[in-house]
Every structure is written in C-alpha cells, then in structure tokens.
Design a protein around this ligand. Structure first.
Ligand code: PMP
Length: 428
C-alpha cells in the first residue's frame, strides 16, 4: 500500500469522504487520491515522492505555478508582523485599489475568504438593491456551496451526480430559477413567468464548471439587455476567470459590463481570499455604510492580502502572459484535435487562453445537457492513464484544466504525446 492509500484510509475515519472538498476524492474517476507533500513551479509532489505535472494549479490560483519566489518573499516579510489583526490594515486598501484599477466595472470592493462567500453576499446585495427575491442561474454553472446555488450546479455537484443537495429548503430552491446556458429564450421565458420578481442573473461568463464552455456571440450582450429591461442586476461570477482570461478577467474580452462581479482564486495567490465588487451605488449598501449585513473575522487577513497583492503585481509586471498562455492553450488544442482524428476517438476540444477541456463526445458542447453526453467512463480511464505518466488532470470530466506560465512548450508536447499513448492503448 502506498502512503497516499494509507493516508486516505486514515482520513476517511475523521473527515467525510477523506477530503475537505469533494472532487479531490477521485470519486468519479475511481481509485485513491494522492496526498500532496509539497508543490514547486509546475509540479506537485506526493507523500510517496512521486512528481506530477500539475494541470489543476490548485483549481485556478496558481497562474505562475506553485510557490512563486516573489509571493514567497512577500509572505515571509509579512509573517514577521503577525497573522491576523481583526482591525483595518494598509494592504486591504492596496488590494482593493489594485482590483479596482484592473477591473473597470468594479468601483468598490469587499474582501471575503472564499468564492462561496463572495457569491452569497453578491446575491444578498442584489436582492436588497432591487427589493426582489428570485435569481436566475444556469444549469451546470457552479457558484460555490451557498444554498441558493446548489440547484442544477456544476463542478463537484455534477461530478457526484447530485443535482439538488438535501438540506436546501424548498423555499430557498423556489427562489432560484435555472436557465440553459447559451439559450437567451430560456432566460426570457423566466422573466415573463416571474414578472418583477427577479433580482439578478448570475453566471460564469465563460464556464469552467461543466468543463470549459464558451458563450456564443450575443449571449452575454442579450443577458445585459434582459437585465436592463427588467431592472435586474447582472452578476459575473469571475471566481475562476478573474485575472485568468485577461488582467481584467472575462470583462477584458467584452464590452459588456456587469453590475457586480465576484472574484476568488487568483486574487488570493493561493491563500483563502474572495471578493465581490461593482457599482458604487450598489456596493454602498453593504454594512457599515449601508444596511446589508456581511462580515468576516479573517476577512482582509494580512497574509492573504499580501499574497493577493503580490499576485496582481506579478500580473501587472508581466503583461505578455496572456498571449503566451493562449499560445500554449492553442498548441494543446491542436494536439488533441489531431489525436481525436488520428485515433478516431470522438472529442470536443475546447480552449480559451489558459483554460482547457477535452469532452469525450462527438458533439459540440454549448450547455450542460451537451456536456453530459461525454463518456465519463472513458474520461476516468484517460485520467488514470495520464496520472500514471505523471500528469495530474482535474479528476472529473466537468472541470477545466488550468495552464500556468511555468509549463513549457516541451511539456505541452509531452502532455499531447502522453495522451496519444494513453488513448491509443484503449483502442488496442
Ligand atoms: N464560483 C466559481 C465560478 C467557482 O469556480 C468556484 C470554485 N470552483 C466558486 C464560485 C466557489 O469558490 P470557493 O471554492 O472558493 O468557495
């Protein structure tokens, strides 16, 4: 038995399912998860000493790879001044100012500790601002584990096949309306059926949580129009795409401005940080400047803000990373498209910048129903084949892979060659 296997057995006795976040458990792909001892640059090293080329990057934050020396140095400096104050500190202003300078639709921002907290607070605020109760979300989009979002959710919820979680009350579920991603008609119908009741539309403008799914031309613009016509707020959940697709997130790729944006992952540089922000008139409703309550003992934590600020400084000082990452993504896509053709295995290969997914399906994937046509058994076998070759993919079909700047072109080619060998073996 490997050490990882021993640890997993031990963990299962004291932690539900042996993990602190479900997808880590390898439940849908089978087998025992690797326990990680350390991580450096593009590699994860497990407790048995095996090294893996990491395509998860801590589910998004590690844009520059693990343990970047600049962030490490800033954290080492900051730690000398203690770890939590429970009172305001300068870094919080600096991080807020930096976020506002990088994401044009954000005029004011509140820091929290996770993406989940950010989305929960954002819809509470949207409800308070509009004095309406219902929200629209899209099937297959994941916005964290807040009650309102555990309806037809993506990511781990999709992976485990639990579309609606027990424990969410009927009345909460009734206030969440679900539409079909890339289908404006489905959204229009919800507005018509629920006149003057919809506070906001929340979405991943580019979806990572059903695997990577891109918005069709006009979809996001159409949502903006529908929100304007119905006095509803448009909330971009950029927890995944923020600072990943561009230095302004998805918003850097479009003219559409959301009213509110949620952020996480990269803004913490790997430490627990989330944020929500947007128009000043709306954000001013948050306590203590307004009546909408939201708080956090560790919010604005000095280590978390230090790591986040260092991360955003790295991004600002390296403006070419997005073009370089997009080149790597394109190389990976071309490689997988060729594998699909050469081995005659149906695949829909989707990439945007440093986000990437291979759906094992013959059809285009534009929404969650399409994503679910994927052969998840084949994905599971592929995942383990790649893991054996030392490549660590997200252990689920319904997740995006994340590239980092420290993965070289040669390593991209290694991923392509390895995938060919793994999939070729299944054909034999
Ligand atoms: N929104 C999106 C788009 C996410 O991808 C995630 C996490 N994967 C969340 C919200 C929740 O963030 P957290 O896990 O930090 O609570």
């Amino acid at each position: 038995m490997t050490l990882s296997e021993q640890y997993f057995l031990r963990a299962k006795e004291v932690i539900p399912g042996g993990v602190n976040s479900p997808v880590r458990a390898f439940k849908s792909v089978g087998g025992s998860p690797k326990f990680i001892a350390s991580a450096k640059r593009e590699y994860l090293i497990d407790v048995d000493g095996k090294k893996y080329l990491d395509l998860i990057g801590s589910w998004g934050p590690m844009l520059f790879g693990h343990a970047h020396p600049f962030i490490q140095e800033k954290l080492q400096e900051a730690i000398q001044n203690s770890f939590s104050f429970g009172a305001p500190s300068l870094k919080e202003i600096e991080l807020a100012e930096k976020i506002i300078s990088m994401v044009p639709s954000i005029e004011m921002v509140r820091l929290v500790n996770s993406g989940t907290e950010a989305t929960m607070a954002a819809i509470r605020l949207a409800r308070a601002y509009t004095s309406k109760d219902k929200i629209i979300k899209f099937e297959g989009c994941y916005h964290g584990h807040g009650d309102s979002f555990l309806i037809a959710a993506g990511s781990g919820v999709a992976t485990l096949g639990t579309p609606d979680s027990p424990g969410v009350t009927k009345s909460t579920a009734n206030d969440t309306l679900t539409a079909i991603y890339n289908d404006l008609e489905s959204v229009k119908k919800l507005f018509e059926a629920n006149p003057k009741q919809i506070a906001a539309i929340i979405l991943e403008p580019v979806v990572g949580n059903m695997g990577l799914v891109l918005p069709k031309n006009g979809f996001i613009e159409g949502l903006r129009d529908l929100c304007n016509q119905n006095n509803a707020l448009l909330i971009f959940d950029e927890v995944m795409t923020g600072f990943r697709l561009s230095k302004s997130g998805y918003q850097g790729l479009t003219d559409v401005k959301p009213d509110l944006t949620t952020l996480g992952k990269i803004i913490g540089g790997g430490l627990p940080v989330g944020a929500y922000g947007g128009r000043k008139d709306i954000m001013s409703m948050i306590a203590p400047s307004g009546p909408v309550y939201q708080a956090g003992t560790l919010s604005g934590n000095p280590l978390a803000t230090t790591a986040g600020l260092a991360m955003l400084e790295l991004i600002e000082n390296n403006p070419n990373i997005y073009t370089e990452l997009a080149k790597k993504g394109a190389q990976l896509k071309a490689g997988f498209d060729k594998i699909s053709k050469d081995l005659n295995i149906p695949m829909f290969v989707q990439s945007l910048g440093s986000m990437f997914t291979v759906f094992f399906t013959a059809q285009e994937v534009n929404n969650f129903t399409d994503a679910k046509t994927s052969d998840t058994t084949l994905f599971g076998q592929f995942f383990h084949g790649m893991l054996n070759k030392g490549i660590y993919l997200p252990p689920s079909q319904y997740e995006s892979w994340f590239l980092s700047t420290v993965i070289s072109d040669e390593q991209i080619q290694f991923i392509i060659d390895s995938a060919f060998e793994v999939l070729e073996n299944f054909k034999k």
